[in-house]
Design a binder for this molecule. Structure first.
Ligand code: GTB
Length: 217
């Protein structure tokens, strides 16, 4: 039986591949593993059936052979550990790739999420205008370091790995913010990730869900 993941029935990102099921789809495509998708509405997500899979009432989740996982990073790690292609064979190189996974999720993504949350939900707050540049500076600090570290190599540590997969999905969240403009090598890095055939298949699959939901009204 193929694994089953969960995704938004109608994603608020309007098919831009910014929701976190995208990273799971991409990982599955990279390792050549077919999968099924269970679509969930915002209402269903908060009900006990889904909370049994994801205690916080969110997507994505992953079910396979009686194993249920939540947290996109943990799911991608599980996929990478159980299939060839996303983590190096060499133990030290593998540990470094896992380190980049944590860097993406634990060091780079939090300030981006904080900034996103402010732009979506805090615009009307009296302190918004003062806070926004502070949040942007925190992101810039991270990007400065990432950009210097990447330099002109293709991926962060040798061959493309689950670390790059997560880092690309995290950096994509900055989209058209303009924040990435100072670092053309990071923009090129994202473009390299997006050009991968596995990424393209994952992107098309999540977009098809959004378009079908939109046609349905
Ligand atoms: N740490 C968890 C993980 O990595 O799996 C976080 C999961 C998470 O935040 N899931 C979000 C969710 O289910 C979807 S991805 N939200 C519903 C809720 O909490 O009620 C975050 C997301 C949502 C929307 C956009 N967007 O519209 O651009 C981008 C990212």
């Amino acid at each position: 039986m193929p694994p089953v993941i969960t995704a938004f029935e109608k994603s608020p990102d309007r098919g831009r591949g910014l929701a976190r099921d995208m990273r799971v789809r991409w990982a599955l495509e990279e390792v050549g593993r077919p999968y099924d998708v269970r679509l969930v509405s915002f209402t269903k997500m908060k009900q006990s059936e889904h909370r049994a899979r994801q205690p916080f009432g969110q997507i994505p989740t992953y079910e396979e052979d009686g194993l249920t996982l939540f947290e996109s990073g943990s799911i991608v790690l599980h996929i990478a550990e159980s299939h060839a292609g996303l983590l190096p064979e060499d133990a030290q190189a593998r540990a470094r790739a896992v380190t980049w996974m944590f860097a993406a999720l634990n060091t780079v993504e939090p300030p981006i999420v904080e900034w996103e949350t402010a732009t979506y939900f805090e615009r009307e707050r009296p302190w918004y205008r003062e806070r926004l540049p502070i949040l942007e500076d925190r992101i810039r600090n991270r990007l400065d370091v990432l950009s210097a570290r990447l330099g002109d190599v293709e991926w962060f540590d040798g061959a493309f790995s689950a670390g790059d997969l997560l880092m690309v999905t995290v950096l994509r969240r900055l989209g058209s913010s303009g924040i990435l403009e100072a670092h053309p090598n990071l923009s090129a890095y994202i473009a390299r990730g997006e050009a991968r055939p596995a990424y393209q298949r994952a992107f098309a699959a999540q977009l098809a869900v959004f378009l079908a939901a939109s046609e349905g009204g």
